[in-house]
Design a protein around this ligand. Structure first.
Ligand SMILES: Cc1cc2nc3c(=O)[nH]c(=O)nc-3n(C[C@H](O)[C@H](O)[C@H](O)COP(=O)(O)O)c2cc1C
Length: 166
């Protein structure tokens, strides 16, 4: 079984989280590629997909939105999981955070098997007008590697279970 992990990231935090998911899926025995959303031309050869995007101003990163629009048909025919990376505090470790309305709509449209919101990361010297303002009050790395890896392990269990039962 081959899995594609796709991500849309502005400052690298979500890209790294996608990499953790890739490692966890491989450790669980799944053949996994991790690619930026803008570079994926087709899902041919993949049996399942995980799509993740950074949250900016309450929305999924533009490239994640474009990716799911461009590949809506292919995604509708495969098991799909979604994740968002955002909160610059510890809330994502403490409780499940619902997807933003736009991501929720995408999850329903794709009949996604699951969605997770993971903590985000913002460097104290982030560039950009808004980013530097936000960084003044809430910079830091709120990503939880183990939480991300455990979520991915759950995906692997579901996929492998599906293979066994046919
Ligand atoms: C301008 C700006 C807007 C943001 N808006 C949100 C938001 O609406 N919701 C949220 O949870 N996080 C928000 N964040 C936090 C980012 O999602 C977080 O830094 C994320 O980890 C960035 O991922 P990246 O490094 O892959 O770009 C925002 C950050 C910036 C700089």
């Amino acid at each position: 079984m081959r899995v594609l992990v796709v991500y849309a990231s502005e400052r690298g935090g979500t890209a790294e989280s996608a990499g953790w998911i890739g490692v966890a899926l491989r450790e669980a025995g799944l053949d996994t590629d991790v690619r930026p959303a803008g570079e994926v031309a087709a899902l041919d050869g993949y049996d399942a997909a995980v799509v993740g995007g950074a949250l900016y101003a309450g929305r999924w990163h533009r490239e994640a939105r474009h990716f799911v629009r461009r590949h809506a048909d292919a995604l509708a025919h495969r098991p799909v999981w979604l994740f968002s990376s955002g909160p610059l505090d510890h809330t994502a470790e403490q409780r499940q955070i619902a997807p933003t309305p736009g991501v929720g709509k995408i999850a329903r449209r794709l009949n996604a098997h699951g969605h997770a919101t993971f903590g985000g990361r913002l460097s104290p010297d982030a560039h950009g007008f808004l980013a530097s303002k936000i960084a003044k009050r809430s910079s830091g790395d709120f990503r939880d590697h183990d939480q991300v890896a455990e979520w991915a392990a759950g995906i692997a269990r579901e996929l492998r279970g599906a293979t066994k039962t046919g």
